[in-house]
Each structure stands twice: as structure tokens, then as C-alpha cells.
Design a protein around this ligand. Structure first.
Ligand code: 13P
Length: 251
């Protein structure tokens, strides 16, 4: 077996409910490859309708972009895993760099959220990635492996194989400056080797490692042909049905 191919959209804070639902409709009504899992990461308030729209269609999933790490309580404005589960959500994007940067999420907190997802049979899409400063210092690999270790290091073999990893270099997010296929491959291979030695090689081979950061309809193919790039976590280009479809069909 090898890792599942996944193309996941992260809409961030974009799209009204109606615009979002028509985007999903255009994508799911198209001819989609049968071996690619397509995920729509919508704003919270769209999730219930989005889930109803896609129903149990095979290879289509809906993701929340975040969740709270506590089960319930006095956390005004927050959303719990149980709430997500109650409307059938199967995926949560956890630890996106924008959450780390603007909302102070640490590796430890992100690790707690990952565990909370797994305990509730929800697949976390765990995000990691370095800043430009770290990339330029040449320490990007050790930085990212350390993020992984801090957030995922305590998971069991059974748990880690249910995690999807998204490598998203911060300098590439929303900048139009994509990592080259070689740069992506280098770090994806390092992530897989790390998983292989921390857990075991067969588990590592089955974990999907997605690339994110200015991945678009033009460059997806060259990225996805790299052996350790199992797909993408797509921001801007996931907001346009035609572009997102091209990316889905880029393998
Ligand atoms: P862009 O594709 O807009 O660079 O965003 C990537 C991202 O952050 C996906 O989570």
C-alpha cells in the first residue's frame, strides 16, 4: 500500500455560504479521479450545509479549519470536536501557520488538538512549516522535524497512521512563491524518514504528506509527481472551481 492521494482546499475566511455551496457543487458534479480524496475546508458556519450537500459521496470530505482543545465549557466563540462530530465532519485542519502566528497556537497545543481529533475518530490534517528566516538559515528540516516531534511524538502507531500531514512553508503561503518540486521533495522525504524511524517504515509509507503554499493549477503537477508529495493543501486556488479541479486532476 502507499499513501492516499489527497487534494484539500482551505478556504480560510472566504466565501459566503451560497458561494461556497455552489463552488462545492461545481466540483463534485465534475468528473473526478476515483483515486483522489477531495476535501473542502470551509468556514465553521458552512460545515453543516456543506456536509449535507456532499452526503456520503465516496472520496469527498469536509474539513473544519480548527477546533478547540477542550471538550466543552466557557470558551466564548469556540467550537468543540463533539459539535463537529455531531454534524458528520470527518477532518479538521490543525495547527495551520496562521493559527500559530495570529492566535498563538504552540506545538504543544496543536498536539493536544490532534489527540482530541483522534480520540473522536476525526482525521487531523496536521500543518507544519518554517518561516523565511528559518529557511534562509538552512535549519528548515530540523525545525519542521522538531515541530512534528513536539506535536505528534507521543502518538501510538495506531494513532499516527490516522494523521494527514501538510507541509506548508510560511514563505510560500499566499505569496505566489511556491517551493520548487525539489525543495518540497527534500523536506517531505525528511518527514517520512522521521516517521519511519519514530514509528515504522510501513506506517510512514502510508501517511499522506501534502504540500501547501502557492500550489496552483499550473504547478501542481510538477509537485505531485515527486515521490513523497501525496497531494496538496490549497488556499487561494481552492476558491475557484476550475483551478481546484485542475489541481485535483494533476496526478
Ligand atoms: P495558498 O495556496 O493561498 O498559498 O495557501 C496555502 C495554505 O495556507 C493552505 O492551507
Amino acid at each position: 500500500m502507499s499513501a492516499k492521494k489527497i487534494v484539500a482546499g482551505n478556504w480560510k475566511m472566504n466565501k459566503t455560504l451560497n458561494d461556497g455551496l455552489s463552488l462545492i457543487s461545481s466540483v463534485i458534479e465534475s468528473d473526478l479521479p476515483s483515486d483522489v480524496l477531495v476535501i473542502f475546508g470551509t468556514p465553521y458556519i458552512h460545515l453543516n450545509e456543506a456536509k449535507k450537500l456532499v452526503g456520503n459521496k465516496p472520496n469527498i470530505g469536509i474539513a473544519a479549519q480548527n477546533c478547540h482543545h477542550e471538550d466543552k465549557g466557557a470558551y466564548t466563540g469556540e467550537i468543540s470536536i463533539e459539535m463537529l462530530k455531531s454534524i458528520g465532519i470527518e477532518f479538521v485542519i490543525v495547527g495551520h501557520s496562521e493559527r500559530r502566528q495570529y492566535f498563538g497556537e504552540t506545538d504543544q497545543l496543536v498536539g493536544i488538538k490532534v489527540k482530541k481529533c483522534l480520540d473522536n475518530a476525526i482525521t487531523p490534517i496536521y500543518c507544519c512549516g518554517e518561516s523565511l528566516e528559518i529557511r534562509e538559515s538552512g535549519n528548515h528540516i530540523s525545525f519542521v522535524l522538531n515541530q512534528l516531534q513536539e506535536s505528534l511524538g507521543d502518538l501510538s502507531n495506531d494513532e499516527i497512521q490516522k494523521v494527514v500531514i501538510a507541509y506548508e512553508p510560511i514563505w510560500a503561503i499566499g505569496t505566489g512563491k511556491t517551493a520548487s518540486p525539489e525543495e518540497a521533495q527534500e523536506i517531505h522525504a525528511a518527514i517520512r524518514n522521521h516517521l519511519s524511524s519514530s514509528f515504522n517504515p510501513s506506517i510512514a509509507n502510508n501517511i499522506s504528506i501534502l504540500y501547501g503554499g502557492s500550489c496552483n493549477a499550473k504547478n501542481a503537477n510538477t509537485l505531485f509527481t515527486k515521490p513523497d508529495v501525496d497531494g496538496g493543501l490549497i488556499g487561494g486556488a481552492s476558491l475557484i472551481a476550475e483551478d481546484f479541479l485542475k489541481i485535483i486532476n494533476s496526478y
